[in-house]
Design a protein around this ligand. Structure first.
Ligand code: HEM
Length: 198
């Protein structure tokens, strides 16, 4: 029995050494990156694992070189990257909700809302809307704000807080204008009013 137990212990030890060695040899695990995607974010076809790029610590794989080029161009041209990427958007959303929760015009809307979740969701939404690499997977803006009786003055107060936040972060007026233009595309949905004809 003792012999069997010590045999099992040795097998477990050897296996764990092998797993550790394999992890150490994997460059993605060294960099702390997540596992690469299996479907190309551009063509939706199966990826070629040899065609990759590391962006904000995450490995992205593509079906073809052309997809990778297109994806990298989209990132470079995005407001998301021009603003400073994930770190900048996250910091902006944190500071934005400090202002929102101090704003008498709108703070009551968030009385029963988990602000931890709200900050996380807003980071995800704004990142996607500004051209970040990850898609928005939450509710559409009409459903998310349904039944809240949000009026134009509330929307404007929220937008005003966002502008003030971006100004505090020394973002240029030109860039702020572009961000607000993106946020404005949600207005009809947030106010739950019919979409204006183009
Ligand atoms: C200015 C554009 C706005 C954007 C981009 C936006 C974005 C979002 C997002 C991403 C969520 C989370 C949705 C989800 O759970 O999947 C959310 C929820 C919410 N929004 Fe907005 N929002 C906007 C305007 C407003 C305004 C004007 C108000 C009120 C003054 C407001 C109040 C809320 C509240 C209270 C929730 C939480 C709903 C809940 O979890 O019960 N939002 N919003």
């Amino acid at each position: 029995m003792k012999l069997i137990l010590s045999y099992c212990a040795s097998v477990i030890l050897v296996l764990s050494l092998l797993v550790n060695a394999a992890l150490a040899l994997d460059p993605a695990s060294i960099a702390g990156e997540t596992q690469a995607n299996t479907l190309c974010p551009v063509s939706n076809k199966a990826v070629n694992p040899a065609i990759t790029v590391v962006y904000e610590g995450r490995t992205w794989a593509f079906a073809e070189e052309a997809c990778k080029t297109q994806w990298e161009k989209a990132r470079a041209e995005s407001l998301y990257q021009q603003l400073g990427g994930k770190a900048a958007i996250d910091a902006a959303v944190e500071a934005f909700y400090v202002k929102v929760l101090a704003d008498e015009r709108v703070k009551h809307f968030f009385d029963d809302v988990s602000m931890e979740k709200q900050r996380r969701k807003q980071k995800e939404f704004l990142s996607a809307a500004l051209g970040g690499p990850l898609p928005w997977t939450g509710k559409d803006m009409r459903k998310a704000h349904a039944g809240m009786e949000i009026k134009e003055e509330h929307f404007n107060a929220i937008a005003e807080n966002l502008v003030a936040t971006l100004k505090d972060l020394k973002i240029s007026d030109e860039m702020i204008g572009k961000v607000i233009a993106v946020v404005a595309t949600t207005k009809d949905d947030v106010l739950n009013r019919p979409k204006k004809a183009e």
